[in-house]
Design a protein around this ligand. Structure first.
Ligand code: PMV
Length: 305
């Protein structure tokens, strides 16, 4: 019987988090921790989903229902997921599983979906389940690479760049992204002028950082990351632990460092020259961070068999 295996990568926000929800630009990267989805037809009364994480299975179920309804598929399918993701660290397992399941189902029924179609359908699923989000994680899982990104996929520009020399440190605390997005939104509604100005500044830094990435000017990119972290602190989304990890990374020679994602926990990233890497990693570990070994610029969704 025909079976299809597809994989999609995780993601990291490089710069521009929160501002991106309000229409400002962001920079994101796909990372090489991957989600694998296997799809096949089965002779059974109803679809079977084998996804080890409850969170993932909700996304898979929604994709299967939406796909079958949209393309009028009546056969029964079995979907199995397997992943390299550590569930807790916030590298985007939900977006990867959503994107990979759409592509696997499309291949199973010989229906060609463009990357843009996969992005649009997957973003619909994110909004249905989470209610909020810019869709940057879906763009990374679909297109891969390093991306200049605007809310809802208004712009998805893949940047021609080498792998970024990043060190990633997990803070040990799971972040609640939808809750943090809502917290920032409420803050914005209370203090439109002040918070709006912070978003504007973040957008300005992101545009400069885009050029720094294209020129591989890492000292400049590092300084911009530091400034971005300062603005995120002013938004009130950083934590003592993240601040400490960022601080020691810089003290130990990183070009720059910042929290990555919604804040409140999850990960920080530091941009580090290769001969300072182990020094920075050790410093982050000494303050209680966990180093996550992943590379940036990974391939987007792809067929594995
Ligand atoms: O927490 P993460 O890694 O999913 O990143 C959230 C980034 C935000 O800009 C706060 C939200 C979004 O959907 O862009």
């Amino acid at each position: 019987m025909k079976q299809v295996t597809v994989s999609a990568p995780g993601k990291l926000m490089i710069m521009g988090e929160h501002g991106v929800v309000f229409g400002y630009p962001s920079l994101v990267t796909a990372v090489d921790t991957r989600m694998f989805v296997r799809a096949e037809f089965i002779d059974s009364g109803k679809d079977v989903i084998v996804a080890p994480q409850v969170k993932e299975s909700r996304f898979v179920e929604t994709v299967v229902d939406l796909f079958k309804e949209k393309f009028k598929i009546e056969q029964v399918v079995k979907i199995e997921t397997r992943s390299d993701f550590l569930q807790t660290v916030g590298l985007g397992s939900s977006s990867a599983v959503t994107v990979a399941t759409f592509r696997a189902l499309a291949d199973l029924v010989y229906r060609r979906l463009t990357l843009r179609e996969i992005f649009d359908l997957s973003y619909q699923v994110t909004l249905k389940i989470q209610g909020v989000g810019s869709g940057f994680d879906i763009a990374a899982a679909t297109f891969g690479g390093v991306i200049y990104y605007l809310y809802g996929g208004k712009k998805i520009e893949k940047l021609l760049t080498k792998r970024l020399p990043l060190v990633i440190g997990y803070s040990g605390v799971k972040a609640d992204t939808p809750a943090l997005i809502c917290k920032v939104k409420r803050k914005y509604e209370r203090k439109k002028e002040e918070i709006g100005k912070i978003f504007e500044e973040i957008g300005y830094l992101v545009d400069k950082a885009k050029r720094a990435i294209l020129n591989a000017d890492y000292p400049l990119l590092g300084r911009l990351m530091n400034q971005n972290h300062g603005l995120l602190c002013r938004l009130g989304v950083s934590t003592k632990k993240l601040d400490k990890m960022v601080e020691v990374a810089i003290e130990n020679g990183a070009w720059g460092a910042k929290l990555s994602g919604a804040g409140g926990g999850d990960c920080m990233i530091a941009l580090v020259d290769k001969n300072k890497r182990s020094l920075v990693e050790t410093a982050i570990e000494r303050v209680g961070g966990v180093i996550i070994k992943v590379d940036s610029g990974a391939d987007g969704v792809r067929r594995e068999n």
